[in-house]
Design a protein around this ligand. Structure first.
Ligand code: BEZ
Length: 327
């Protein structure tokens, strides 16, 4: 080929390159610890449809539920190396590497699920996401939640002293561990996927759980006492691997951000709208005894003690308490 024509052809390819990068097809892999019926999984699948629409068919999503890709800790490592593209992980999982996120698990930070939604949509909570790239190699796109946490026990409990020594399954996370150590329980950290069997075989006496998961898994089969404590909110962060993020064009970053935000918002709205109906559904479960309105007083001075420990680790305890006081 004459040199002139070769140069023209090369020029044409270069001119088309940005367009080519923009029109690349891509399927993202997204991992979750929750089962396919969980609201997170429903919304993550819908996010795939939104990505498809916003990108006119170029971007798609395959979800991997029920911890198929490993525990949340394992998924976080895969995100860091770029072996996994996306995950919807609990805020609890991130607290080991981002202590500021521990403040979201402050006991009795909010009175109800509406308050939880306001915290998760606050500028203060958004700021905490800024620490993720450096601490975890991920980008936090948005927050959602799985509702408020309650206590379920295998035996009836009337006073906080009766929790002492109970083997309490917790989501592995330092702020949650602090809470259960302070009430004198023996925290047993384990992934969600192991909880039902651990209750069934008597490995644990009690669990810290939300309405959605209680219904999904039927934990009342083996823990027939539910205390409505609403003792902390349980958040989720939609994450994308920092390595994967850096390969996306600005236009695709904007599409991914928009799709994630739509489904984080829908997830929060659904939890707020459905929380009471879930309690009503649990009230219909035969053999399940529910103690309602247990509240902060039951736990004595736990809030003061927890705050004293965690305010040393993060300024967000004070900032979020101040914010919640305005609700
Ligand atoms: C848990 O570890 O308890 C949990 C994780 C994700 C969603 C719901 C619960």
């Amino acid at each position: 080929m004459p040199l002139r024509r070769l140069a023209a052809a090369a020029g044409l390819v270069l001119a088309l390159l940005p367009g080519l990068a923009h029109s690349q097809e891509r399927e993202f892999r997204l991992g979750l610890i929750t089962p396919p019926v969980h609201v997170w999984n429903q919304e993550a699948r819908s996010m795939g449809e939104t990505l498809d629409e916003l990108s006119e068919g170029r971007l798609s999503l395959a979800t991997f539920p029920s911890g198929q890709l490993g525990s949340e800790g394992a998924m976080l490592q895969q995100l860091q190396t770029g072996a996994l593209d996306m995950a919807w992980l609990t805020t609890a999982e991130l607290t080991t590497r981002v202590p500021d996120m521990g403040a979201l698990h402050a006991p009795f930070l909010v009175d109800d699920i509406e308050g939880a939604a306001r915290i998760l949509r606050s500028d203060e909570a958004r700021e905490i996401l800024d620490a993720l790239p450096r601490a975890t190699g991920t980008v936090g796109l948005c927050y959602a939640m799985t509702g408020m946490r309650q206590l379920m026990t295998t035996e009836p409990v009337d006073t906080v002293d009766e929790l002492a020594g109970m083997r309490f399954r917790i989501t592995p996370a330092p702020p949650i561990r602090s809470f259960f150590e302070m009430v004198g329980a023996a925290p047993a950290p384990m992934p969600l996927t192991q909880v039902y069997d651990a209750l069934a075989n008597g490995q644990i006496d009690a669990i810290d759980m939300d309405h959605e998961s209680i219904i999904n898994f039927g934990y009342y089969d083996h823990a027939p006492y539910l205390m409505e404590t609403n003792h902390h909110l349980f958040g989720m962060v939609a994450l994308i691997s920092g390595r994967v993020w850096s390969t996306l064009s600005d236009a695709d970053k904007a599409i991914v951000r928009e799709a994630a935000q739509i489904h984080c918002d829908r997830t929060i709205d659904r939890f707020v709208a459905e929380e009471d109906a879930k309690l009503a559904r649990l009230q219909e479960v035969e053999g399940l005894t529910i103690t309602e309105d247990v509240g902060r007083e039951f736990f004595g001075d736990i809030v003061e003690r927890w705050d004293a420990e965690w305010a040393e680790r993060t300024p967000y305890v004070e900032r979020l308490r101040e914010l919640a006081a305005t609700f």
